[in-house]
Design a binder for this molecule. Structure first.
Ligand code: C2E
Ligand code: CA
Ligand code: CA
Length: 531
């Protein structure tokens, strides 16, 4: 878009340069002609004065007076007499007369003033001969110095490239300067300006290539280019602004989605892998679009965090957990509910008061709550984070370090933060059984957790084999598709009941088996007794 104004600016500047050059060239031509006119006029005046003073012969006395005029009139190189045939009769300063005509043959009906050209030249100008007719068919003549006209007016940018010519009549060249030749070059690329004298049959022709004219506006073009670059920037800025508008629309849409309660909690069970009992769940956010589509946090979480909408969304999610699973948790005080927080939550204690406000009067006790903070992204202010964690822990809320092994964790980090639980990232669970190294990593994580008195949860468990290995390593809690994917509240409640039912069933079967065994024993005893 920015090239269009640049193009236009170039065109305008080129046109400007051309018209500017034309008027410069016209002025040049006019100045040449003025010089020529002045030198002719003053020469004619000097000759007329001699005639009027009766100084019109080749006598020594007259020649002395001619000499005086030559030395006083700057433009006159010599003065003398020619006869009717145009041949010199005498000349001052003295020189050898060649006998050739320097002026045309006298015409009785012609003008009193005649102008001719000599071959003598200086800097492109030839010496002009001005004659004044006397009564006796002789003519006084004066040679005009070529220096009188060999000037070079005009601006530098044209002087380097132009060609200037002054002609007498139609074809008698008086002066020419500059090598540029319009012939042979494209007339479209050439400027030609003609100026004619009003006093004498003189005309000046100035020729210059357009490119020379355009050179003069080169600095202006730089300015224009800069201006266009500025304009381009502005356009880009406008473009960015325009392309940002959908962003702000997207933002409006996002805010509306928050207000409409489109962000909902899903619940993923966390299991005790030794007993098969439900330990609780992790709350994972979902965006349920009005059309029923369920969007995963990967699609919106980064945006929610970077815009700060996540604070509202997290509050919403927490409120919903009290409504959806409050009863279940009220009835099962051992169940844990784990909420994901992000680094921004650990910058001020707002999260502490949010949790208090939301859970204080709910059926979910602080002791049932876990907050997760990821190791993936560093916490900006560790001291502050530590204080907030301590405050939460003082309420009875536990803190888990999520995605352990993926970030800048390390032993020091764990100790400094004072977390209660570590969650081993799926990455390590995936390689269990495949790779001895990661088994070793999990091993040392388990050891670390034990030493620090922390609980440990394996994330992303998908196979029975992984469960077996985890048990061998001493891990007792896990979540993953092997047990269940994240699910809506109603399903989670049903899941909890099912596990409970299975548990009861197991207990009943065990009791039955126990009873059967006991009665079998009793029977045996009876038989024994009977026997
Ligand atoms: P995360 O906290 O590490 O959550 C575990 C992720 O692993 C979840 O992805 C879960 O659905 C997935 N997962 C669980 N078991 C398995 C498994 O066996 N196999 C596989 N392949 N995946 C499994 P999800 O729900 O898409 O969440 C992605 C991330 O989004 C979460 O990772 C968490 O960092 C973030 N997130 C989710 N909900 C919230 C929230 O309410 N607040 C914040 N701040 N972040 C959240
Ligand atoms: Ca998590
Ligand atoms: Ca995780």
């Amino acid at each position: 878009m920015a090239t269009a104004p640049l193009f236009a600016a170039n065109m305008i500047l080129n046109q400007y340069a051309e018209s500017q050059a034309r008027s410069e060239m016209e002025a040049m031509g006019t100045r040449y002609l003025q010089r020529a006119e002045i030198s002719i006029s003053s020469t004619v005046t000097a000759l007329q004065r001699l005639d009027r003073d009766d100084i019109q012969t080749c006598d020594a006395a007259d020649r002395l007076l001619y000499q005086k005029v030559v030395s006083t009139e700057g433009v006159i190189d010599s003065i003398g007499l020619v006869d009717a045939s145009g041949k010199r009769m005498c000349v001052v300063p003295d020189m050898e007369l060649t006998g050739e005509a320097i002026l045309p043959i006298l015409r009785q009906d012609g003008p009193l003033v005649g102008i001719g050209m000599l071959d003598r030249s200086f800097q492109g100008a030839r010496a002009a001969v001005i004659s004044w007719d006397l009564q006796n068919s002789y003519r006084l003549f004066a040679e005009v110095t070529p220096a009188a006209i060999a000037i070079d007016p005009g601006p530098e940018f044209l002087r380097a490239y132009r060609r200037a010519e002054i002609r007498l009549g139609n074809d008698l060249l008086w002066f020419s300067v500059g090598g540029y030749n319009s012939e042979g070059s494209d007339p479209n690329d050439t400027l030609v300006v003609n100026v004619a004298s009003k006093q004498y049959p003189l005309h000046a022709t100035i020729v210059a290539p357009i490119s020379a004219a355009i050179q003069a506006v080169q600095p202006l073009k730089v300015v224009a280019a800069a201006a266009c670059a500025g304009l381009a920037l502005l356009l880009v800025a406008i473009g960015v602004w325009i392309s940002w508008r959908p962003e702000s629309e997207a933002n409006d849409e996002f805010v509306a989605a928050i207000r409409n309660g489109e962000f909902i909690p899903y619940y993923q069970p966390v299991m005790d892998i030794e007993t098969g009992k439900l330990r609780g769940c992790e709350v994972l956010m979902r965006w349920r679009r009005p059309n029923g589509m369920i969007v995963s946090p990967g699609q919106f979480m980064a945006y929610a965090e970077s815009t700060g909408h996540i604070f509202d969304m997290t509050r919403h999610i927490m409120v919903q957990t009290t409504e959806e699973v409050g009863e279940l948790y009220g009835e099962n005080p051992d169940l844990k509910l784990s909420i994901n927080l992000f680094a921004g939550h650990f910058l001020d204690r707002q999260i502490v008061s949010d949790i208090q406000q939301i859970y204080e009067k709910s059926d979910i006790a602080y002791q049932q709550l876990v907050v997760e903070v990821t190791e993936r992204h560093p916490l900006d202010d560790m001291d502050r984070a530590r204080k907030i964690i301590a405050e939460l822990q003082a309420l009875g809320v536990r803190v888990a370090l999520d995605d352990v092994g993926t970030g800048h964790g390390g032993m020091a980090y764990l100790q400094k933060l004072g977390v209660d639980i570590i969650k081993i990232d799926k990455m390590f669970i995936d390689t269990i059984g495949l790779d001895d190294n990661s088994t070793t990593i999990v091993d040392s994580m388990v050891e670390l957790a034990d030493n620090l008195g922390m609980g440990i949860i394996a994330e992303g468990v998908e196979t029975e084999e992984q469960i077996e290995r985890l048990l061998e390593l001493g891990v007792t809690a896990a979540q993953g598709y092997y047990y269940a994917a994240p699910m809506p509240a109603s399903e989670y409640i049903a899941f909890a009941e099912r596990v409970e039912e299975e548990e009861r069933e197991r207990a009943r079967l065990a009791a039955e088996a126990d009873a059967a065994e006991k009665s079998a024993e009793a029977g045996a005893l009876g038989r024994d007794a009977a026997a």
